[in-house]
Design a protein around this ligand. Structure first.
Ligand code: ATP
Ligand code: MG
Ligand code: FE
Length: 345
């Protein structure tokens, strides 16, 4: 089966076509994957401006669907279903993607699938890796930081979540304070490579506490206070701060994952979401997984940040179970993962 996936929940307009056999096995083929990143539109504002994002999605979406079909050498009638992110995210953008998908589905009489963006991140690993359900998932992205048991589409149990900020947000804030631009994650990782990770001692909220919750606001504040005291021309110190910050995040994530593996033992720890692109953090998680008798599996770096393939793949997993959605589906600005119970049609 072939599913076209549309992602428009933030600042990436993305369309992909994924193919996989019927059944329930992991492994799919990406026939097309096009992403238009709106970074130039938002750069001068230092963050994503919702109204600008919605307009940019609207301007690009039709062309990107055409590009994806051309890349895959397919026509609309070769598709089995149309999927789009139905939330959570910036509502204007989500509406653009959902309307485009509904239009295509209605016109060609194909099933429509409204995908929870977080479920897209959560299931992507199965598109490229041989990972079976259930698995333990660390979801670390621009807006979320959660530990979950994943049993299948729409079947999640949350073990812990952040009580304040998301990790990606913390990377972006650190980058902004250091004038490294937006999005900040890749820039912080790059600068951290030459830094001394032991130079700055930063707070590790929740570290060695019971449970699987996270907190990052104290770390964010400490980074700001440290930057304020820093000589802006001291490149060495800036690199050392990035490395120390990243190490601190690694300490916290590893500690929380160790607790999760003790609470809900699993042979597989999966890390997903934009922050999962960070190779240093992947290394830290590999260590903690190995120490607790598990293996770490992550999607390819390119599929960690927002993309259409993750939505198309989640679409395939849902279509296989008959979990399609009606055309009166309403975009959901908020849509917690563990409440997205399966609705069979
Ligand atoms: P959500 O998925 O929670 O709705 P989002 O879709 O905006 O949020 P993603 O695209 O999943 O977020 O991830 C983007 C985040 O990932 C940004 O905060 C970005 O800084 C971070 N990120 C990307 N690459 C890296 C990296 N190499 N190291 C650390 N963080 C990274
Ligand atoms: Mg983005
Ligand atoms: Fe995302």
């Amino acid at each position: 089966m072939r599913v076209l996936g549309i992602e428009t929940s933030c600042d990436e307009t993305a369309v992909a076509i994924v193919e996989a056999p019927a059944g329930s096995a992991p492994g799919g083929l990406i026939l097309a994957n096009v992403v238009y990143s709106q970074q130039t539109e938002h750069r001068r504002f230092g963050g994503v401006v919702p109204e600008i994002a919605a307009r940019a999605h609207l301007e690009r979406i039709d062309g990107l669907v055409e590009d994806a079909l051309t890349e895959a050498r397919l026509g609309l009638d070769d598709l089995d279903a149309i999927a789009a992110t139905g939330g959570p995210g910036l509502i204007g953008g989500v509406m653009v993607g959902v309307m485009a998908a509904k239009g295509l589905a209605f016109a060609r009489e194909k099933p429509f699938l409204a995908i929870n963006h977080l479920e897209g991140h959560a299931l992507t690993v199965r598109l490229t890796e041989q990972v079976e359900f259930p698995y333990l998932l660390l979801l670390v992205s621009g807006g979320h930081c959660q530990l979950l048991t994943v049993r299948g589409p729409g079947d999640f149990t949350r073990l812990g979540t952040t009580i304040d900020d998301a990790v990606g947000e913390c990377f972006d804030k650190t980058a902004k304070l250091l004038g490294l631009g937006f999005p900040g994650g890749p820039a912080v990782e790059r600068l951290a490579r030459d830094g001394d990770a032991q130079r700055f001692s930063l707070p590790r909220p929740m570290w060695r506490k019971a449970g699987c919750d996270f907190s990052f606001s104290g770390l964010k504040t400490a980074v700001r206070q440290t930057v304020e005291k820093l000589d802006p021309d001291d490149e060495r110190a800036r690199a050392d701060l990035c490395a120390s910050f990243q190490r601190t995040v690694g300490d916290v994530l590893a500690d929380r994952c160790a607790n999760a593996l003790a609470m809900a033992p699993s042979p597989t720890l999966v890390v997903a979401g934009g922050v999962a692109a960070n190779l240093y953090l992947r290394g830290r998680l590999e260590e903690v997984a190995a120490r607790n008798g598990a293996r770490l599996v992550a999607p390819p770096v390119k599929l960690c940040t927002d993309n259409g393939a993750m939505i198309a793949w989640a679409g395939i997993e849902r279509l296989r179970l008959g979990l399609t959605d009606a055309l009166d589906f309403k975009p959901r600005p908020r849509w917690p993962l563990d409440a997205s119970a399966p609705v069979r049609v």
